[in-house]
Design a protein around this ligand. Structure first.
Ligand code: BG6
Length: 508
């Protein structure tokens, strides 16, 4: 992991490499990959010998591709674009036409990579698949068949795969099996952009670099955990994608489970990819498998109706372009899960995510058990609130601890107060895309922030009963909510049944 602002002694410059982008003309490359590479270049974290090879499906001149990427960079850069940095980044950019539908077309790519070896001595290749999921397998097969995934003579080959990784347990297993026939696990970098977020990475540091949290981080002291990813954006132009996906597939087995795994995992013995990913995988594999009946009882799925979010009017999900008028796809999902191990048995993890909600909020809230009340029985105090530790990821990056304190005055009265740490008050960081660390780690060969096959499959295995149960239930049980609210009423009932309450999504 790195700090993209300064090159310090611990940060090493990656080996020379050709950075081959499939889908270079697409949205992801323009919005995130290229601006992140620009930021790395500006921070001095790209190797001296570095070439971008953009793979296009139609013949495109390198000059045209460069102009197109430059335009995209100007639009999406997170920092003011300096011409000399952009020139250095695009210095040896080449556009290559290759299409898995025409396997012979890969020859041009081979020739280009060979040219980089001869002219510049670059022998390492990173293949970034910024393409729709249906293209992961054909492109990897095309590379494999051409011998481009074979590592030899210290030259590495790495394959970066974006989400979604499969659409259910079976397809994820199949994709893993297909890729592992072509490359070794250490060559695969399955991206989950949540792991590029500083505050997400900080969960590990908060837990394992402080002596005070770990002793109470278990079922003896923790009452429950809430993980929230609420979004104000609606489905917008992504109707056809969303109709195939829904909120559960889109967010839970990947982003929300990454947060859950970091909160729930056992301390790894070393800070390396093998140890960290093994412990995360174990935590996900310990999520108790629910029967379909239990899954129905322990979940809520909702779909938004028209409503107002701030000064924006949002239409019905069912009236979105490319969405069926009688769609039963969920735009909101809430689940109650339990982790069946010694640390967590009996501690519910409540997860929720949804689109077109009142506020954008990503957080993990740990609620501690209530202190014994007996000492206050003879006082005016009616109740003690339970302590909260909240890890804020959006909109505020930081940590908040809520605890009880005496209200000044002659009588003993108690109120809950908040102690807040905000990242921006302590650290100055240049604005990043969130992809810098991930791309840098790919280049230095550190896959600690990437998903391993077992973790991906454990995630899908945990959500599969919900997918099955919801599919069978069809429209029955789909709870409607108005856009601009905090989701369906049924989601509140899910916690109220257990005598608990969600934190507000639109609080400070
Ligand atoms: C993506 C989902 O993976 O994550 C989107 O496909 C979602 O639907 C996005 O909006 C949320 O990411 P973030 O970083 O804005 O929380």
């Amino acid at each position: 992991m790195m700090n993209a602002d300064t090159v310090n002694a611990r940060e090493r410059i990656p080996d020379s490499c050709c950075f081959v982008i499939f889908g270079v003309t697409g949205d992801l490359a323009h919005r995130l990959v290229i601006p992140a590479l620009y930021n790395l270049e500006e921070s001095g974290l790209l190797p001296e010998k570095f070439c971008i090879v953009g793979v296009t499906r139609t013949e495109t001149q390198s000059k045209t591709l460069k102009a197109d990427l430059m335009k995209g960079l100007e639009k999406h850069a997170t920092r003011p674009v300096k011409q000399e940095i952009a020139d250095k980044l695009f210095g040896c950019l080449t556009s290559i036409h290759a299409d898995p539908g025409d396997p012979k077309s890969v020859e041009g790519l081979k020739v280009q990579l060979e040219k980089a070896r001869k002219d510049k001595g670059i022998t390492n290749h990173l293949f970034y698949l910024a393409v729709p999921p249906g293209a992961f397998k054909p492109i990897s097969e095309m590379l494999g068949a051409a011998g481009l995934l074979k590592e030899k003579d210290d030259a590495w080959r790495r394959l970066v795969i974006e989400k979604p990784f499969g659409t259910d347990l079976q397809s994820a297993k199949q994709l893993n099996a297909d890729l592992l026939k072509l490359a070794d696990e250490h060559q695969l970098y399955r991206i989950d952009h949540y792991l590029g977020k500083e505050t997400v990475q900080n969960i590990l540091v908060l837990r394992f670099a402080n002596g005070m949290f770990e002793p109470i981080w278990n079922r003896n002291h923790i009452d429950h955990v809430q993980i929230t990813v609420s979004e104000t954006i609606d489905v917008g132009t992504r109707g056809s994608f969303y109709e195939q996906t829904g909120a559960l597939r889109d967010m839970v087995p990947n982003h929300l489970f990454q947060l859950m795994a970091l909160v729930a995992m056992e301390p790894p013995s070393r800070f390396d990819a093998h140890s960290v990913r093994s412990e995360k995988g174990e935590a996900l594999a310990a999520i108790q498998t629910q029967t379909e009946a239990e899954a129905l009882k322990n979940s809520v799925r909702g779909q938004y109706l028209a409503g107002r979010i701030g000064d924006r009017q949002v239409g019905y999900y069912r009236q979105t372009k490319d969405v069926s008028p009688d769609s039963v796809v969920e735009t909101y999902a809430a689940l109650k899960l339990t982790i069946d191990n010694w640390r967590w048995a009996g501690v519910p993890f409540y997860l929720r995510t949804g689109k077109a909600l009142a506020a954008k909020r990503t957080e993990v809230a740990i609620r501690f058990k209530q202190a014994p009340f007996s000492m206050f029985r003879t006082t005016e105090v009616e109740r003690l609130s339970q302590n909260y530790l909240v890890i804020g990821i959006e909109p505020t990056e930081g940590i908040m601890l809520q605890f009880n304190t005496k209200v000044p005055g002659p009588q003993v009265t108690i109120d809950g107060v908040e102690m807040k740490f905000k990242y921006k008050d302590y650290f100055k960081a240049s604005p990043n895309t969130g992809y810098e660390t991930l791309i840098y780690d790919c280049m230095i060969g550190d896959n600690i922030l990437f998903q391993r096959a077992d973790g991906v499959e454990a995630g899908w295995a945990a959500v599969q009963p919900f997918l099955n149960a919801w599919k069978k239930a069809g429209g029955k049980g789909l709870a409607m909510y108005q856009a601009g609210t905090d989701g369906p009423e049924e989601a509140h009932e899910l916690l109220e049944r257990d005598g608990r309450r969600w934190r507000a999504i639109d609080g400070e």
